[in-house]
Design a protein around this ligand. Structure first.
Ligand SMILES: [Zn+2]
Length: 307
């Protein structure tokens, strides 16, 4: 079975402003990197559908969905919060990004792909039930997880979030849902300045001081995540795959290298093999140094392909 790679042309048309680090060039760099490493030809490429309002409404309030639709501009930019804006194609981009999580769930749950990587933007893990934040409009991983819970009657879902920023939107959406475990490493103190004091049995938040390297991440995964995951026994694992803890990333202060992304992916594969029939769905979140992003994603996907 193959690794599915899910994207959509409109993901390149969401533009916040000319020099914004969360830019279409991120997707182009990833795709070119995969072609250069001879990985792209071995992936099953899919174009994502849009998520429906009913699918979004499993994790977002209907008022919020309606507000985003109403605010979508015909021209120019509409600012949703200090960090997030919408242009004319942003609504389509974010709907297709949530739709990628839906399609990935269908492919993996129906046994049509071993695992999947959603190469879409804007990212999603800061978006809460009724708010945008941190470049995120809708929370795609949450939409995918809710689809698995409702459509496939999956009982336990784990989310592993190794983006350098805490997935606070994902926590907001699932913190009272005993069927969802979030395992999140993040730089602290750092944006969004949340999650560091809210650990519960299913919210395994592991704040890490700046300059953490692979060894620190391995300890967090092995000593904090693994016991919790082994007890929880997820039936499918979603990954908020942000690559902004990379040593070259301009927005954050961590020291991960490509090898560390391979280690984390192998860790997730082992847990998935043991508990979840190998089911892994990974979604692009952050990562803003284009060459580093391209190489780290390529390492992550290559590891996924060797399932
Ligand atoms: Zn991030």
């Amino acid at each position: 079975m193959t690794t599915a790679f899910i994207t959509h042309p409109d993901t390149l048309l969401h533009i916040m402003d000319g020099n914004h680090p969360e830019s279409p060039a991120r997707i182009t760099a990833i795709k070119n990197g995969l072609i250069k490493q001879d990985v792209y030809n071995h992936l099953a490429i899919y174009e994502s559908p849009v998520a429906t309002d009913a699918q979004l409404a499993k994790v977002h309030s209907t008022d919020y969905i309606a507000r985003i639709r109403a605010l979508s501009p015909k021209a120019g930019l509409v600012r949703l919060d200090p960090d997030t804006a919408m242009g004319p194609m942003s609504l389509s981009a974010t709907l297709h990004a949530s739709g990628a999580a839906i399609l990935a769930t269908d492919l993996v749950m129906q046994g049509k792909a071993a695992n999947a990587f959603c190469c879409t933007r804007p990212p999603g893990h800061h978006a809460g039930r009724a708010n945008s934040a941190g470049f995120c409009i809708f929370n795609h991983i949450a939409v995918g997880v809710a689809h698995a819970l409702t459509q496939y009657k999956v009982k336990r879902v784990a989310i592993i979030d190794f983006d350098v920023h805490h997935g606070d939107g994902t926590e907001d959406i699932f913190k009272y849902n005993p069927q969802v475990m979030l395992c999140s490493t993040f730089q602290h103190p750092f944006y969004p300045h949340r999650g560091f004091d809210s650990r519960t049995k299913t919210m395994i938040n592991v704040p890490l001081a700046a300059n953490a390297d692979g060894k620190t991440y391995q300890q967090a995964f092995s000593h904090e995540f693994l016991p919790a995951l082994n007890q929880f026994k997820p039936e499918i694992i979603y990954v908020s795959a942000g690559f902004d803890a990379h040593v070259d990333d301009p927005l954050a202060g961590m020291n991960l290298i490509d090898q560390d992304y391979i280690w984390m992916t192998e860790f997730i594969k082992l847990v998935a093999k043991q508990h979840a029939q190998g089911r892994i769905i990974s979604l692009l979140e952050g990562g803003y140094h284009l060459p580093a992003l391209a190489k780290a994603v390529s390492a992550h996907i290559t590891s996924l392909m060797l399932a």
